[in-house]
Design a protein around this ligand. Structure first.
Ligand code: ZN
Length: 272
């Protein structure tokens, strides 16, 4: 009897797990079919000028992604900040730019977006070669945690959205880390469809990383800022900011890198 009960429960669980993706998709389709609120459209108009740069089909896609993102993710105000729709829509619009044209599960590992009014401090701990531990507090404008959180400074989010042609955007940066973290640690290689694509990605990114370090070494300017040379993960995040905001310069300085990013994001910002 107990065995039969267990078998029925196991079967029920298997059916439920099997149906889960279609239930999620059904819910998302219903959310996308809702009318996009006028107030949100106004927020896009005033706070996210990049939106106007997109072709009409991508604008529509982005609005639908924003609806699903805001339906599924929680926002937490920190340091006295109260969350409102201006904050939610401005962040969601930029985060969802990275999902356009791609099959997406909407940052499945991400649950919460923590927002501070401005730059915030985090405790850091460094151990040098001799084992000496240094603990201090460092200022940050954004962070991406593999355990399901992105942390943002609202002040820098607003600035990043307003100045959309300077290659600096904290939201694009932190959400690029989220994509990178979907495959484990942020190592500069997000999920790619085949081993051949990983080989191409790694050869192009390694060459561009070396090229940036060489440029920095002789004081030559580069569209990729020096912070990109601190690790492959930061390189991918900074390259993503520049891909969206300064595509022509990126393509000119690092054509193979631009091509890899265009294939990964399935977008060609140069043509907009
Ligand atoms: Zn970073």
């Amino acid at each position: 009897m107990a065995f039969l009960l267990l078998a029925v429960l196991a079967l029920g669980l298997a059916v439920w797990i099997g149906m889960w993706p279609s239930l999620v998709e059904r819910r998302r389709s219903a959310v996308r079919a809702r009318p996009f609120p006028d107030a949100w459209r106004e927020i896009l108009r005033w706070r996210v000028p990049y939106f106007r740069r997109l072709p009409a089909d991508l604008q529509l896609q982005l609005k639908q992604h924003i609806q699903v993102f805001l339906d599924e993710k929680s926002f937490v105000g920190c340091g006295g900040l109260e969350i409102n729709d201006v904050i939610r829509v401005t962040i969601a619009a930029q985060a969802c730019l990275l999902l356009l044209n791609r099959p997406t599960d909407y940052y499945p590992g991400l649950h919460e977006i923590l927002v501070y009014p401005a730059a915030f401090e985090v405790p850091t701990r460094q151990i040098d070669a001799s084992g000496l531990v240094t603990e201090k507090r460092e200022g940050r404008v954004g962070e991406s945690w593999a355990r399901g959180q992105v942390v943002l400074s609202w002040h820098d989010t607003v600035e990043g959205a307003a100045e959309h042609e300077d290659g600096h955007n904290v939201v694009l940066h932190e959400f690029a880390h989220q994509l990178d973290q979907e495959t484990g640690s942020a190592n500069g290689a997000p999920a790619l469809p085949s081993r051949r694509r990983y080989r191409e990605w790694s050869s192009v990114f390694n060459a561009a990383y070396a090229q940036l370090q060489a440029r920095l070494g002789v004081g030559e300017p580069s569209v990729l800022r020096a912070y990109a040379a601190t690790s492959p993960g930061e390189f991918f995040a900074v390259a993503t900011e520049v891909f969206f905001e300064l595509p022509a310069t990126l393509q000119e300085e690092y054509p193979a890198l631009y091509e890899q990013l265009a294939r990964y994001y399935r977008l060609d910002p140069l043509s907009w």
